[in-house]
Write a protein that binds this ligand. Structure first.
Ligand SMILES: O=c1nc[nH]c2c1ncn2[C@H]1C[C@H](O)[C@@H](COP(=O)(O)OP(=O)(O)OP(=O)(O)O)O1
Ligand SMILES: [Mg+2]
Length: 197
């Protein structure tokens, strides 16, 4: 089976990618398998900078083609926060604490002002071509409480109006069909048909 290496240590993200790449005939391999000791510091100030940083660091280490995803949640009422800092919003990469902090910061904000979007930049790096990036977004509304147990990160508080369900209530396949990550991968397929068939 063909393999695609993803420079991630997020198991939820890896699951999303499995749902997206499985139908294309790829097995997803993550840093847990190929570089468990490696730590890549996310020093960029944009999704794109961090995606490139992660993809290039692992591609250089392995000498193979690597994909990386840097993503986050931009909330309109908070001027786009937590954005690039979504994983570290409450300090320590803790999904529960991040959601609690976000709901607290949106206390008293009416439904029509709770609009938000997930953003994803995917970078693909390899020894034989210049690093390329693609972007995807997914529009939604921040709910008042958590619902659903699928997915990861902010999925339990992200309502998807077009499906009338929370992101965490979608199967991995349903999520991939509408998500920022799915939309980015579909663009990658268009732009790099020879690399991602
Ligand atoms: O589909 C998603 N559903 C819910 N939450 C999401 C999603 N996509 C990104 N997010 C949130 C989670 C985390 O708070 C941040 C990503 O941070 P980001 O640095 O890209 O990933 P990470 O540190 O978890 O793993 P890694 O860098 O090893 O790929 O945005
Ligand atoms: Mg990260």
């Amino acid at each position: 089976m063909k393999q695609v290496v993803i420079a991630t240590k997020n198991k939820g993200k890896a699951k999303d990618f499995e749902a997206l790449f499985g139908p294309l005939g790829y097995e997803v391999v993550t840093m847990f398998e190929v570089a468990p000791e490696m730590e890549i510091e996310e020093t960029g100030t944009t999704f794109e900078e961090n995606a490139i940083l992660k993809a290039e660091a692992l591609a250089k280490e392995l000498g193979t083609i690597v994909i990386a995803d840097d993503s986050g949640l931009a909330v309109d009422a908070l001027n786009g926060e937590p954005g690039v800092y979504s994983a570290r919003y409450a300090g320590d990469h803790d999904d529960e604490a991040n959601m609690i902090k976000l709901l607290e910061n949106l206390q008293g904000v009416e439904d029509d002002k709770r609009t938000a979007r997930f953003c994803c930049c995917i970078a693909i790096a390899g020894p034989e071509f210049a690093t390329t990036t693609v972007f995807g977004t997914c529009e939604g509304v921040i709910a008042h409480e958590k619902r659903g147990t699928n997915g990861f990160g902010y999925d339990p508080i992200f309502f998807v109006p077009s499906l009338n369900r929370m992101m965490a209530e979608l199967s991995p396949e349903e999520k991939g069909a509408i998500s920022h990550r799915g939309n980015a991968i579909r663009k990658l397929k268009e732009q790099l048909p020879n690399l991602i068939k």
